[in-house]
Ligand binder design. Structure first.
Ligand SMILES: Nc1ncnc2c1ncn2[C@@H]1O[C@H](COP(=O)(O)OP(=O)(O)OP(=O)(O)O)[C@@H](O)[C@H]1O
Length: 328
């Protein structure tokens, strides 16, 4: 298998007392070695569920992987047992969760927190783990002198660097970062993103970057997957998504970005709401909000089809108008 990660037909549901939440429906995704993929979608689209499925960290119950395959480095993760996953998590695949600041233990020094992760996952001596922790701090731009400091002695941006150091401490081949900079103010956000881009060049770690922000995608990613109501509706290179937009939802996301060269008096939101994942409608999930919807869209569900190269779209009436004038 050529891809580092290959997901096929993934279906994940949460069986709650109120009903079944269809969080992911037939998700196909691929990621090459060293590639950065932006996973974009509005709240509740299923981004975190997809990330947790790869880590096999879906809370169960109520969550269940109902169908599909996740292959990582040729290994079947859906069929993997707990001990196999313990060997993969942290070592091969690492995740930065939402609200990363709460990931740090307030009563342990940051050097010890990094060293502990290295010691647990790679079974090295305390001395070696500590030395590698100091090197890792340097890699994220923090002086080794600060290894004995506690999290409260660091600013938000510095804490986020520590969280990234922990995630990368064991040299994973895949990093999943779930909105890693949303809690930071914009200037610090830019510094942390710049550092992540540098680290990517240096370490070559493939990354899935979950974000609502298409500006971050344009800056950081080579490829993009747009998730809507638990389905990938469009995927492709950044150029495909921004310049050769095919799906009306992607068009709406791009139109909602304020543009510097336009005299914008109000942002253009996408009208309506995402359908309730407990009661997904027949047909296309986006049809109620889509200006191009026809009768066919009400009765049949479009398949995800490849148009050119890696550019895929799930739509009966894809658009092609030159895309939006944003980013690259
Ligand atoms: N433990 C759970 N129990 C029940 N439903 C859940 C659970 N976790 C997620 N869901 C539901 O699954 C759907 C997808 O949620 P998910 O958190 O993956 O979305 P998201 O795109 O990451 O959203 P956000 O951007 O707000 O983080 C939502 O309808 C959510 O309410």
């Amino acid at each position: 298998m050529d891809n580092l990660l290959e997901i096929k037909g993934l279906r994940v549901a949460f069986h709650t007392d109120d009903g079944t939440v269809h969080a992911l429906n037939d998700v196909d995704l691929e990621l090459g070695d060293g590639e950065t993929l932006g996973l974009v979608g509005e709240t509740g689209a299923g981004k975190t569920t997809l990330a947790r499925s790869i880590m096999r960290l879906i809370p169960s119950p109520p969550g269940v992987i109902e169908a599909g395959e996740i292959f990582f480095e040729g290994r079947d993760l859906v069929g993997a047992d707990i001990s196999e996953m313990l060997g993969i998590r942290g070592n091969r695949i690492s995740m930065i969760f939402q609200d990363p600041m709460s990931a740090l233990n307030p009563v342990i020094t940051i050097g010890d927190q990094i060293a502990e992760v290295i010691g647990v996952h790679q079974k090295v001596s305390h001395k070696e783990a500590w030395e590698r922790a100091l090197l890792m701090l340097g890699t994220v731009g923090i002086s080794a002198d600060r290894a004995g400091d506690y999290p409260h002695q660091f600013s938000g941006g510095m804490k986020q660097r520590v969280v990234i150091a922990i995630a990368l401490a064991c040299n994973p081949t895949l990093l999943i970062a779930d909105e890693p900079t949303t809690a930071l103010d914009v200037t610090i956000q830019a510094q942390v993103l710049e550092m992540m881009a540098d680290l990517k060049k240096k370490l070559g770690t493939a990354t899935i970057l979950i974000t609502h922000d298409l500006g971050i995608v344009a800056q950081m990613c080579e490829n993009v997957a747009i998730l809507y109501a638990g389905e990938i509706v469009e995927a492709g290179t950044v150029h495909d998504i921004f310049k050769r937009t095919l799906h009306p939802y992607t068009e709406g996301l791009l139109a909602a970005i304020p543009k510097i060269n336009e005299n914008v008096t109000r942002l253009r939101p996408i009208d309506g709401l995402m359908p309730d994942p407990m009661a997904l409608p027949e047909g296309c999930a986006f049809r109620e909000r889509c200006t191009y919807a026809t009768d066919l869209c009400r009765t049949a569900r479009p398949a995800l089809s490849v148009t050119e190269g890696r550019h895929k779209v799930r739509c009966f009436h894809p658009i092609l108008k030159g895309g939006a004038s944003y980013g690259q």
